[in-house]
Design a protein around this ligand. Structure first.
Ligand SMILES: Cc1cc2nc3c(=O)[nH]c(=O)nc-3n(C[C@H](O)[C@H](O)[C@H](O)COP(=O)(O)O)c2cc1C
Length: 359
């Protein structure tokens, strides 16, 4: 593989058109989807020279857990749309690649089965349901299954207006279920049918998700599980501080890959403000449009502890199952290693803000 676009094309050719639209698409006019990429491109690297870069260390820790390189797999729903092994293949490949997978609430495999298949650390991504009993049950199950952190996604009280799904009539094929929702007894194990009032997934979220989520829910989740909580979907310094003040161990600067509020700020632009506001009181991660080793260099230079990738591992999964995910992660690692060397850095700790300016 020369770059990730190649595996994206392979995945697109292999997947059902409606499912591909669900993976690839963003909200409304997809302004943010495009901007997430463009904003990384607009940053320029002021590289060092005359540095001995013969030996390079790519590893870091996230919430104290070592990972071989600073790229984690973002939570993405319904991975069996890409491959029959779905989340199980993703978990095996991520562990074999030396990094961490965040497992979605909206998985097509139960959280216990994913954890049992995992060969590396896993965090559980939680959507807070209106039914707090069902939500508590998810948290207890994640704790008991051996997840090491909870990631609460806060940018999806309702689903963004995803026009590709509305046009394609996207829904989950009959042989797949939203496995965790089945166990939570939500009565929404299957997606309803979409119409002009909203896509199938839009209706699923509207029926289930709690639009009254507040920072107190961070403490609630932490107290139930005894696990560190990371808040995902932050693009402002003040919200990051609210999360940290309510017990979050970290935040993920994210706009959901451009799938929620269209025209929301690109994550590369939002990152410095959040890093500054958090001021070392928690870890800051970022996702959205990370496709190149140089994007990872820029993100870490701007203060991210690590990045997450959402769509690229799905491309790998669709193209070649477990091996495809490994190929994607191996390629990102290779690009990052090269970009670090050419930046004149030998470890992630040397990636500092002075390395990046607006292009
Ligand atoms: C198909 C798909 C499904 C997603 N499902 C979830 C989810 O269930 N929970 C969540 O917090 N984020 C979800 N996300 C958002 C990702 O975690 C992540 O924020 C985003 O994909 C990062 O952008 P990227 O795809 O450009 O790397 C999803 C993204 C995609 C593309």
């Amino acid at each position: 593989m020369v770059n990730l676009s190649e595996i994206e094309a392979r995945a697109a050719a292999q997947m059902d058109a409606a499912a591909w639209g669900y993976y690839a698409g963003g909200a409304n006019d997809e302004v943010t989807l495009r901007e997430n990429r463009a904003a990384w491109d607009r940053l320029a690297i002021r590289f060092h020279t005359m540095v001995d870069v013969t030996a390079r260390a790519l590893g870091t820790t996230v919430l104290g857990q070592p990972i071989d390189f600073p790229v984690m797999v973002a939570p993405t729903a319904m991975q069996k749309l890409a491959h029959p092994e779905g989340e199980l293949a993703m978990a095996r490949a991520t562990g074999a690649s030396g990094t961490l997978m965040v497992v979605s609430t909206t998985a097509t495999t139960s959280l216990e089965e994913v954890r049992a298949a995992a060969t590396g650390p896993t965090w559980f991504q939680l959507y807070i349901y209106q039914d707090r009993g069902a939500t508590r049950a998810l948290l207890e199950r994640a704790r008991d299954a051996g997840y090491s952190a909870i990631v609460i996604t806060v940018d999806a009280p309702l689903l963004g207006w995803r026009e590709r799904d509305l046009k394609s009539g996207f829904t989950l094929p009959p042989h797949l279920t939203i496995a965790n929702a089945v166990a939570a007894g939500s009565g929404h194990s299957r997606l309803p049918y979409g119409d002009e009032e909203g896509s199938a997934l839009f209706k699923h979220l509207k029926a289930l998700h709690d639009t009254a989520l507040t920072p107190n829910d961070i403490e609630w989740a932490r107290d139930i599980t005894g696990l560190p909580v990371v808040v995902k979907g932050i693009v402002r310094g003040d919200d990051a501080v609210r999360a940290i003040d309510h017990g979050a161990a970290g935040v993920i600067v994210s706009n959901h890959g451009g799938r929620q509020l269209d025209s929301s700020i690109a994550t590369a632009r939002a990152l410095p403000e959040v890093v500054d506001a958090v001021s070392g009181r928690g870890e800051v991660y970022v996702d959205g449009g990370i496709r190149r080793g140089t994007d990872i260099v820029k993100a870490l230079a701007l203060g991210a502890r690590a990045v997450l990738v959402g769509r690229p591992p799905l491309w790998g999964l669709a193209a070649a199952g477990e091996d495809g995910v490994k190929e994607v992660l191996r390629h990102l690692r290779l690009e990052f290693d090269l970009a670090m060397a050419l930046t004149g850095c030998t470890s992630v700790g040397e990636l500092t803000p002075d390395l990046v300016v607006d292009a």
